[in-house]
Design a protein around this ligand. Structure first.
Ligand code: B1M
Length: 210
């Protein structure tokens, strides 16, 4: 659809005002918020990623695209994943140590909140011992780990190992996700669940609680 191409192009061209206008227009035209997110903003960010890989875009520009995307997501937020709010699980979510990517992780947190879960979003670059400390402090029953880099995926295993060593493994279900993460990897490192996107992460978390 034309709206999606324009949203993608505008994100890649870092035209914030136009992008936000296009997102609002798309909503006014009855396009579902989830489609605007997935087929517009996330698809646009994929192009940014390809350009980054080919050195057609550089870190400061990618960072700007990420910030602009975040503002687009803010507009969509109230309309995404409006589910019933019955579950009261306590979720701890963060991006593992060494990894600064947070857009996907924040989307997961947002979808989980709108699914009725209490979410403690720790941020990025979180060390295993910090996750362990926060599981205790927040009495969490689900731990969600995000990683976007192949080089930080092993930190997911180190985090799970730290949880095991702390004696808290029986208290929390652990879910992992992020672009390079797969179900096979999740199984390998001893996670309880894997989610490929924010919607299935929210559904998966509710299933883990029940
Ligand atoms: Co980075 N980066 N980056 N980057 N960056 C990628 C990931 C990369 C694929 C780009 C590329 O080369 N094509 C590549 C990784 C290659 C690899 O490891 N195989 C890469 C690289 C190399 C790097 C640097 C090393 C670059 C450098 O410095 N030379 C550097 C590393 C910094 C660090 O972390 N230590 C770096 C830096 C950055 C920025 C800071 C500039 C910026 C991040 C800004 C921010 O997040 N605030 C950035 C960005 C924006 C990207 C791309 C372009 C976009 C990521 C994104 O936000 N996608 C990315 C390329 C790409 O993915 N297309 C790239 C949109 C987001 C909605 O999707 O995060 O996949 P995603 O989240 C999804 C799912 O994965 C899932 O649900 C989300 C929503 O549906 N999900 C979970 C995510 N977390 C989950 C947790 C769960 C469940 C599901 O828990 C249960």
């Amino acid at each position: 659809m034309n709206d999606f191409n324009e949203i993608k192009d505008t994100l890649v061209n870092l035209d914030e005002q136009r992008l936000l206008q296009l997102v609002k227009n798309a909503l006014e035209n009855g396009i579902p918020a989830g489609d605007i997110l997935n087929k517009g903003l996330i698809a646009g960010m994929d192009i940014v990623g390809e350009k980054m890989e080919n050195e057609d875009m550089f870190i400061p520009e990618v960072l700007m695209a990420a910030q602009i995307m975040g503002k687009g997501v803010e507009i969509l937020k109230p309309l995404l994943g409006a589910e019933e709010t019955s579950s009261r699980g306590s979720v701890l979510i963060g991006t593992v140590k060494g990894d600064l990517h947070d857009i996907g992780k924040n989307l997961v947190a947002m979808m989980m909140e709108s699914a009725g879960l209490v979410v403690h979003n720790l941020g990025v670059d979180i060390a295993p011992e910090e996750f362990v400390r926060m599981i205790k402090e927040k009495n969490a029953n689900i731990l969600c780990l995000s990683a976007l880099l192949t080089t930080t995926m092993p930190m997911m295993k180190q985090t799970i190992d730290a949880v095991v060593e702390s004696g808290l493994r029986d208290q929390v279900k652990i879910m992992v996700g992020g672009a390079p993460v797969t179900q096979a990897f999740a199984d390998d490192i001893g996670a309880d669940a894997f989610a490929s996107d924010a919607g299935s992460a929210a559904k998966g978390a509710k299933a883990l609680i029940n």
